[in-house]
Design a protein around this ligand. Structure first.
Ligand SMILES: [Zn+2]
Length: 170
C-alpha cells in the first residue's frame, strides 16, 4: 500500500492510496484520479510528507480506526502510543505534542461519555445483556470487576485520567 500526497491545479491537497507506484502511474495516465474537493483531474504529486505525523493527528481527531494502513517499518500512532507506551516516542512527535494529543483525547472521551462512577461494571453489564440502551460510559471499576467484564466478553478500555481533568469528587 502506498500513500501519496496529491494536489490539484487549485492547490487542494489530499491523499491518494495506491497498491503501488505503478498503480498510481497507470491511474494518473488514465485520468482516474480526481480532486475530492473540486473534481479536477489535473493532479500532481507532492513530495512525501512524514506520514506517521499525518496519520497520527487523524487517529486522534477521528476515533474510528483507519480502513487500511500502509505498510510501515514501525507502525505507530499517537493513539497507540498513549495507550501502550507513553514514554517511548519516536520520530517527529515530541513529548509535548504527545501530551497535548493525549489530553485532547481524554477530553474528547469525557465530553462524549456519561460518568456512571462506581456503577461502571454494573452499567456495562446491563448494556451488554441488553437490559439498558447502549451508550458510551466511563467510570471506575476495581481490577476484579474489570477482569470479570473481560471474561464475559465485555470490552472496556482503561484510560488513565490526568488529575486536572478528573470530574468532581463523588
Ligand atoms: Zn481541487
Amino acid at each position: 500500500m502506498k500513500v501519496l500526497n496529491l494536489c490539484c491545479s487549485s492547490d487542494h491537497r489530499f491523499e491518494g492510496w495506491f497498491a503501488s507506484e505503478d498503480d498510481y502511474r497507470s491511474q494518473i495516465e488514465r485520468d482516474l484520479i480526481e480532486c475530492p474537493m473540486c473534481g479536477d483531474k489535473t493532479v500532481h504529486r507532492l513530495p512525501t510528507a512524514p506520514h506517521v505525523l499525518t496519520s497520527s493527528s487523524r487517529a486522534v481527531s477521528v476515533p474510528h480506526p483507519m480502513k487500511e494502513r500502509p505498510a510501515q517499518p514501525r507502525p505507530g500512532t499517537v493513539g497507540e502510543a498513549t495507550a501502550s507506551r507513553p514514554s517511548t516516542t519516536e520520530g517527529p512527535i515530541d513529548q509535548l505534542t504527545l501530551q497535548s494529543a493525549w489530553l485532547c483525547a481524554v477530553q474528547h472521551v469525557i465530553n462524549h461519555t456519561d460518568d456512571v462512577g462506581s456503577r461502571f461494571a454494573e452499567e456495562a453489564r446491563r448494556m451488554h445483556y441488553g437490559e439498558a440502551d447502549e451508550r458510551p460510559i466511563r467510570g471506575q471499576a476495581t481490577s476484579d470487576e474489570a477482569r470479570a467484564l473481560h471474561e464475559e466478553g465485555i470490552e472496556v478500555m482503561a484510560l488513565p485520567m490526568p488529575a486536572a481533568l478528573k470530574g468532581p469528587v463523588q
